[in-house]
Design a protein around this ligand. Structure first.
Ligand code: CA
Length: 220
């Protein structure tokens, strides 16, 4: 939902960005182009993108999955952080949004690392599982329709190797998850998803108050 860490005061958020962001020019240009769109809030925050790059490098991840590409900011972050032989399976259903993403993947010279599949992500992930790729991925990033989060999570968990990490976006939903009076469909879905993760003994869990809330799930 938010494009930045919503709970920080503006002045503190500005300080955080000023003293930590090292956003490459190509990512800044993509962010500025996306900001012109009415759906700009669907893009992840730059401090989150940089954190994901940090994590990908720490893990030495070479194979990733992204569920929900939008205009490609997070996939571009991931591809830039992965080694030359890195591979990112990018799942989305929107040709229009991913056309923007593809343009920037090419500009950044990482297009060959990313395979875009335009289809419902559950179908794409089932295909991966059906072709014997369970346990073959290092990380996954889930940032798509909230009502399907559990379905995406279950498939990604199976596709990950032990020690692999799933990152899940928007788990704090601008604070709405903690407001019991908010019964909006996505809020209810995210609340149920967070509870599901909390009780899942197959993972080590950390819910970070970064950007709009990011849950880290390490497969045991
Ligand atoms: Ca998001």
């Amino acid at each position: 939902m938010s494009t930045k860490s919503f709970f920080l005061e503006q002045s503190l958020y500005d300080y955080l960005c000023k003293q930590s962001l090292r956003e490459p020019d190509v990512l800044r240009r993509l962010r500025e182009e996306t900001a012109q769109s009415s759906m700009a809030r669907m893009q992840i925050a730059p401090e989150q993108g940089q954190f994901m790059q940090w994590l990908i490098r720490l893990m030495g991840a070479r194979r990733g999955i992204e569920v929900g590409v939008f205009t490609g900011y997070s996939s571009l972050c991931a591809a830039l952080a992965m080694p030359e032989d890195g591979y990112l399976l990018a799942c989305d259903v929107s040709e229009a949004w991913t056309d923007v993403a593809r343009r920037y993947w090419v500009q950044a010279g990482v297009a060959e690392k990313i395979e875009l599949r335009l289809a419902p992500a559950t179908r794409t992930l089932d295909t991966e599982l059906g072709t014997g790729l369970a346990g073959s991925y290092d990380y996954a990033f889930i940032d798509a329709d909230k009502t399907n989060y559990i379905a995406y999570y279950e498939r990604c968990l199976e596709l990950l190797r032990p020690g692999g990490v799933i990152l899940v976006d928007n788990v704090l939903w601008s604070g709405a998850v903690a407001d019991a009076a908010n019964q909006e469909e996505d809020t209810v879905a995210l609340r149920a998803f967070n509870e599901y993760l909390h009780g899942d003994e197959r993972i080590d869990l950390s819910m970070l108050p970064l950007a709009d809330g990011l849950s880290l799930c390490r497969k045991r």
